[in-house]
Design a protein around this ligand. Sequence first.
Ligand code: B16
Ligand code: MG
Length: 219
Amino acid sequence: MKAIIFDLDGVVVDTAKYHYLAWRKLAGELGFEFDISNNERLKGVSRMESLSIVLETGGMKGFTEEEKKELADRKNKYYLQMIRDIDESEILPGIPEFIAGLKERNYKIALGSASKSGRMILEKLKLAGLFDAIVDGNLVERAKPDPQVFVTAAELLKIPCESCIVVEDAEAGIEAARAGGMHSIGVGSKELLKEADIIVESTAELTGLMEALPLYRKN
Ligand code: B16
Ligand code: MG
């Protein structure tokens, strides 16, 4: 293995809570409550697909494409307001140590996120400079479980897919890693992420896994 590709939301930072609050605000404006129990379905999926899921849970139908675009833009405006002041204190436990250890072992690291705000968030967390490649929702057309986001990251790193490990918290993300011929580490529930090669409960456990990774020489 020569590269680790990180998902953003749920792996590097918990932005899921802000996505949820923004969708809930939008749902409230449309006259229904978006329940937290449906939130898992939004993880890793694109903004427009998330909107379809949110509208479906509220039993809302019949919006034109233009109206859907306005709703998604409105949610994104709320989301951007909520993450305006996000900083290093919101990086998930163990991630800085894991990245430092990977760098010592000469692994390449990349971001593979569905979020169009991916790069901007990494910059706010002061992590962007550590990444050898950053692929976010602006660079890809097809959402996870399509492997495009991870395959693009591997191409930018010039590392074959089979030498990459994806770290993901979403079912759709693990499916995408597998579809791209990559290895995967799932962060979260054993039931949901059962297709991952290795599952850890929390990002704090990632450094423990690192000891098992081989060292590479710089070339
Ligand atoms: P945006 P990830 C995903 O991030 C989120 O998990 C998902 O809930 C969100 O809809 C998607 O990004 C798109 O985000 O609206 O900011 O473009 O887990 O792939 O890093
Ligand atoms: Mg995620």
